[in-house]
Write a protein that binds this ligand. Structure first.
Ligand code: ADP
Ligand code: ASP
Ligand code: MG
Length: 386
């Protein structure tokens, strides 16, 4: 069994979805296959932006929703014969009406909560997976659509929900044990909490959905299909001579992704690494390229031996907060208090340095804090730590 995940650019429009469909068909000829898909590229951003614009009282959200509708209608019209479009068009229309109703509510209240953001964002993957499933079924290729909300259970940490693996693994295993289809498609990124309310796994989280399914079922391989030919020595958008790393260890891949290599969502590697299941990063637009294979051990070629540095990654919009002062010398508990304050505000610390004199401590915080809120956070931390 194999699990294939296709990202936003791979399913951006009808032309790309046709390429994806070919890859799915080829994989299904060889093995039982589960497909996980992202939203059409840019749609998650547009959905969330519709919500925030509505909360700001900006009626541009209505135009945004029209654009989202148009993107999906266009894909359907180019993928499915006219005679078979009506069911899918009305499915999209129904979702668009719901999105509009939610945004109208946000507009009236001038307020958007993380829970509402997740509800809005969830439409992207729901729609893309329905359209791809229908396009395959209409081309006489049988694929079974399954809602991720019936498989993945999380806590209520909306926008970054944490998976309840006990419940999730049970649900995934029992569904796939009973289902007798050969190929399945599941929307990535979305899940539910214990009460059945929609949650999401964090931006870029479709990779994680695929990893969760892969490990629950002990699949043979997880393939991440994207718009580059593998994990590269640097971000190809920033470095023109970045090269593909053909073979990389789980630990190296995890390190690069945690520190900015967006090609794979950081939490994805851990569950597959625990089970020793290989991950293969492949390019939807150049499927014959080798890509990057991620495994426990790597056989280093002579060329690799020469390249001691495996890759370089970078992260934008980071706030560097420093807490220092003579008053901290010899007084226990400062670190605990500062980390307590950060954790209570759900701030994700990605790097810590501490001076050897123990006079000062430096914290490097992640992109999750908008740079414009830096002053506010500094004030908060000073207040909590003084
Ligand atoms: P998808 O929509 O398929 O999930 P993403 O946009 O999340 O794709 O990730 C792919 C992008 O990651 C590439 O287009 C590339 O610009 C970026 N990227 C950043 N660092 C790296 C890296 N080290 N290797 C490969 N791609 C990288
Ligand atoms: N569509 C979601 C996002 O844009 C999840 C994903 O693409 O992995 O973050
Ligand atoms: Mg991604």
């Amino acid at each position: 069994m194999r699990v294939l995940k296709f990202g936003g650019s791979s399913v951006a429009n009808a032309e790309n979805i046709k390429k994806v469909n070919e890859i799915i068909k080829k994989s299904a000829q060889q093995d039982k296959t589960i497909i996980v898909v992202s939203a059409l590229s840019g749609v998650t951003d547009m959905l969330l932006q519709s919500g925030t614009k509505a909360a700001d009282g900006d009626e541009v959200y209505k135009e945004n929703i029209r654009t989202i509708e148009h993107r999906h209608f266009e894909a359907i019209k180019q993928l499915i014969p006219v005679a078979h479009q009506s069911h899918l068009l009305s499915l999209v229309k129904k979702s668009i009406n719901e999105i509009e109703d939610i945004c109208n509510g946000i507009f009236l209240l001038s307020e958007i909560t993380p829970r509402t953001k997740d509800r809005l964002a969830s439409y992207g993957e729901w729609l893309s997976s329905q359209i791809i499933a229908a396009s395959l079924n209409y081309s006489s290729f049988e694929i079974t659509w399954k809602d991720a909300k019936e498989l993945i259970v999380t806590n209520s940490n909306f926008t970054h929900a944490e998976v309840d693996f006990e419940k999730t693994n049970k649900k995934i295993r029992s569904y796939f044990k009973e289902a007798d289809a050969h190929t399945f498609i599941i929307p990535g990124f979305i899940a539910v909490n214990k009460k059945g309310i929609t949650t999401t796994l964090g931006r870029g989280g479709s990779d994680y959905t695929a990893a969760i399914i892969t490990t629950a079922l002990n699949a043979d391989i997880l393939e991440i299909w994207t718009d580059v030919s593998g994990m590269m020595t640097a971000d190809p958008r920033l470095t023109s001579n970045a090269k593909v790393i053909h073979h990389i260890s789980y630990r190296e891949a995890m390190e690069l992704s945690h520190f900015g290599a967006k090609v794979i969502y950081p939490p994805t590697i851990q569950p597959v690494m625990n089970k020793g299941i290989p991950v293969w990063i492949k390019n939807t637009f150049a499927p014959d390229d080798y890509g990057t294979k991620v495994t426990t051990e790597i056989d280093k070629s002579a060329e690799d031996e020469e390249n001691i540095v495996r890759g370089i990654s970078s992260i934008n919009n980071i706030s560097l907060l420093s807490l220092e002062g003579g008053g901290m010398v010899g007084i226990p508990g400062f670190s605990r208090r500062l980390f307590g304050a950060l954790s209570s505000e759900q701030i994700n610390v990605i790097l810590i340095t501490q001076s050897s004199s123990e006079h000062s401590i430096l914290w490097l915080l992640t992109v999750m804090i908008p740079i414009k809120q830096r002053e506010q956070w500094i004030k908060y931390l000073k207040m909590k730590s003084s």
